[in-house]
Each structure stands twice: as structure tokens, then as C-alpha cells.
Design a protein around this ligand. Structure first.
Ligand code: IMP
Length: 426
């Protein structure tokens, strides 16, 4: 077996990009299996931040094949810009393949996203407005256009037919559909896409696996944003959990080896929806400033709070977690005390289970305060040399969810990593 899945355990933005970038050299293939340009995976390249939205985070590694799987939705405009930025760094994108089954985001999908959010008023989800939801709706509604369709003779007609459908819907929302400018850009993106490696990725990836090659499936968003198991309706429109890697790439479940889950040492959420451990006062502001907690895709300030262990355990169960990666622990360097939520108080009852209607409930987190280490630890690479308080926090998390941490990220730079126990299978 040779497929490892790496994904977020919280509400996204766990720092997956840096970890994939670090692990990528140990794999032959890095593949994205869901989501779209609502994601923003930030890597440090030559000391500069580089944000990837659609392209897998292995793109900067020459010997790694990068695959955008069938489960992904692609916006040709965003994608073209991304390809151009990557190429401007001298990177050859010849190592990128795109599934012919991946769905396309149309300009009118973005308009529908905005119209739907506007209509929701106060109940809005806080969508990134990248057209993700409407594109997945067209996929399940069996109306969608796929990447492979670009190469067919009647692509333009099919595009027009879908656009017309969207125009009817937009009319119901009371919106006009003047997309002349953006449509031009979109077709330029389509032209670029048509020059790339469009493949039946499920064959390619299974062939790689049968040759004994190692595949890293890279998740986007996070488990608490999963369409089925997240804080519905404040979720994204794809399944973000480990089993989604099978669907989004055409890999059988029997091929999954390790499931590597990423959590921050605290918690953030962007957009609306329940967030039991949110800190709205000074502590939350401090976490936001220290952690640079502003959306990589939209620039929106992220809501911040203490780590939520019941939610983390839920994620661990759903994903079949085998390895934990803790990121941004250095952001807690200056804290005298660090909170960990161990239980919820829901209407006077203590529980460690997330109710299905979390969004409707009045939840007070039960927070245990641990002593902080209150000193910089970014230069320490050896786990045993870390302060006792630091180890206590890590062990509290590990013991609660019953999975050991393999890597701890203690700074934004590539080399700022503590390898606690080298992942066995990698
Ligand atoms: P959508 O997927 O853009 O429709 O957004 C739905 C919800 O998921 C919103 O609350 C977004 O803020 C959130 N979301 C979507 N993608 C990401 C991500 O990559 N990181 C964090 N939150 C995200």
C-alpha cells in the first residue's frame, strides 16, 4: 500500500501547505482530491510567501508528479494566474497532470455564489465566493462541465447552454449576468488548460501505485468543514475527510496507508458558524496578530480561540488518524497560560460529543488552563530539549485523542520543524 492522506483536522488553515512541502520529497506523487480555489495553501519559497489555490503543494519539487484529481473544482481564471506565477519562478509545470473528470467553475457560478449568500442575509455562510458551492451543485445535478470537455468540438455550445441555465437562476435572484470581461479571461484560462496534461488520472494514479510508487493525497479545508460531518450548514460543499481521497482520485480504500492530520496548537475559523472555543477579547486579538491569522484566499481576519479537543477527537475518529502534526505552536510562546477545551457544557449537561446541530446549540466550552513555557522555542529541533510545559501541552493533546504527534511545526520557515517521531511508513 502506498497512499498516505494528509488533511486538516479543524476549520481549515492548519498550515497544511508547509507540511506537504516538507514531506513532498518522500513521495513520487502529490495529488489534490477535493475543494478548489477556496483553498489557500501557503508555502515559503525563497523566503517569500507563495499561496497555491488549486495546484498541489508538491509543484516546487522537480521529481514529484502533481495531480489535480476528479474531486477538485477548477476556476480557469485563478488557475491560469497560478500557473503563470509558478512558471515565473522558473518552475517547469510539466510535472502537473489534471483529471479530465475535474469540474469547471464558470463565471456564473461565482455570481450564483454571491447571489445565494446575499439572499441568506444574516444566515450567510461566509463563503469565499469562489463559486465552489454552485459548481459542486452542478456536478451532483449532472449539469457540470468537466476539464475533458474542453477538448471536445461542442465545448462552447455546452458552455453557453449552462450559462443560460445560470442566467435564469440569477434572474430569480434579481441579478444581471454581464460577464463579458470575465468571460474573456475565462476562455483564456480554458486555452491554457487545454495545453496542459489532461489525463484519466484514475488510471495514472493506480498505475503509479501498482509500480510501488508513493502517493500523498493532499486535502483542502478541514474536517470541521466537511459537507456531511462538519458544522452544517456552515461548511464547504465537498467531503474533506480521508475517505474523500478515494472518491476524489479514484483510489480504492484498501490502498490507504497513513492518515496524517494537521492541527494548529490553537484554533481558528474564517466565515460564520459555530466555534465553541472562540476568544473574542484581547487574547483572541493577540493570537490573530501573532499568528498572522488573515485568510490566504480572501484576506479576511480569522476568528481565533483555544484548541478544541472534543472536536479534534471527532476529527481523529472520522479520518482514522494515524499521525498527528501540530503546527504554529510557536505562536503560544508568550503565553503565561494556555487553554485546552476538554468538554462542552450544552444546556447544563457536560459532554465530549459534538451534537449534529452544533449551530443551533448554546455551548460553553470547559477550558483547562495549562502553564505556558513563555520563551522562544523556534530554534529547538530536538523534542527532548523542549520545556516541560511545552511537552505537557503536546502530551495532553496526544493523550486526549489517542494519536501521537510525528511532527511539530515551531515557526513559519521550512526548517522550523521538530521531528518527534519520523513517520514510520514515509
Ligand atoms: P466556500 O467553500 O467558499 O463556499 O465556503 C464555505 C465555508 O468554508 C466558509 O465559512 C469559508 O470561510 C470556509 N472555507 C472554505 N475554504 C476554506 C479554506 O481553505 N480555509 C478555511 N476556511 C475555508
Amino acid at each position: 500500500m502506498a497512499v498516505d492522506v494528509l488533511l486538516g483536522l479543524q476549520w481549515g488553515d492548519e498550515g497544511k501547505g508547509k507540511i506537504v512541502d516538507y514531506l513532498a520529497n518522500q513521495y513520487d506523487v502529490v495529488a489534490r482530491f477535493q475543494g478548489g480555489p477556496n483553498a489557500g495553501h501557503t508555502l515559503k519559497i525563497n523566503g517569500e510567501n507563495f499561496v497555491l489555490h488549486t495546484i498541489p503543494s508538491g509543484i516546487f519539487h522537480e521529481n514529484v508528479t502533481n495531480i489535480i484529481g476528479n474531486g477538485v473544482v477548477i476556476d480557469p481564471i485563478v488557475f491560469k494566474k497560478e500557473i503563470e506565477k509558478v512558471r515565473a519562478l522558473g518552475v517547469d509545470t510539466g510535472n502537473l497532470m489534471i483529471s479530465n473528470r475535474a469540474q469547471l467553475i464558470l463565471p456564473t457560478h461565482k455570481q450564483l455564489d454571491a447571489a445565494s449568500e446575499n439572499k441568506k442575509g444574516k444566515a450567510k455562510i461566509g463563503s469565499t465566493l469562489r463559486g465552489i458551492g454552485p459548481a459542486y451543485m452542478d456536478k451532483t445535478g449532472r449539469n457540470g462541465l468537466r476539464v475533458g470537455d474542453i477538448l471536445t468540438n461542442n465545448f462552447k455550445e455546452r458552455y453557453q447552454a449552462l450559462k443560460l441555465k445560470h442566467a435564469t437562476l440569477l434572474e430569480l435572484y434579481g441579478q444581471e449576468t454581464d460577464i463579458t470581461e470575465i468571460e474573456k479571461e475565462w476562455f483564456e484560462g480554458i486555452e491554457l488548460l487545454s495545453t496542459l496534461n489532461i489525463v484519466s488520472a484514475e488510471y495514472v494514479i493506480n498505475e503509479f501505485i501498482s509500480e510501488g510508487k508513493n502517493v500523498l493525497a493532499e486535502g483542502a479545508q478541514g474536517t470541521m468543514l466537511d459537507i456531511d460531518f462538519g458544522t452544517y450548514p456552515f461548511v464547504t460543499s465537498s467531503n474533506t475527510i480521508s475517505s474523500s481521497a478515494c472518491i476524489g482520485l479514484g483510489i480504492p480504500p484498501t490502498q490507504i496507508r497513513e492518515v496524517i492530520g494537521i492541527t494548529k496548537a490553537y484554533c481558528t475559523r474564517v466565515g460564520s458558524g459555530p466555534f465553541p472555543t472562540e476568544l473574542t477579547g484581547e487574547t483572541g486579538d493577540f493570537l490573530r496578530q501573532k499568528g498572522g491569522e488573515f485568510g490566504a484566499t480572501t484576506g479576511r481576519p480569522r476568528r481565533c480561540g483555544w484548541i478544541d479537543l472534543p472536536a479534534l477527537r471527532y476529527s481523529s475518529i472520522l479520518n482514522g488518524l494515524t499521525q498527528l502534526v501540530i503546527t504554529k505552536i510557536d505562536i503560544l510562546n508568550e503565553f503565561e497560560e494556555i487553554g485546552i477545551c476538554t468538554e462542552y457544557n450544552i444546556d447544563g449537561n457536560l459532554t465530549t460529543e459534538l451534537p449534529y446541530d452544533l449551530a443551533e446549540r448554546n455551548i460553553t466550552p470547559v477550558v483547562k488552563m495549562l502553564k505556558g513555557w513563555n520563551q522562544p522555542i523556534n530554534q529547538i529541533h530536538n523534542y527532548e530539549e523542549l520545556p516541560m510545559e511545552f511537552i505537557n501541552l503536546v502530551e495532553s493533546i496526544e493523550n486526549y485523542i489517542g494519536v501521537k504527534a510525528s511532527i511539530i511545526s515551531n515557526g513559519p520557515h521550512r526548517e522550523e520543524l521538530i521531528l518527534k517521531a519520523q513517520p514510520e511508513a514515509v
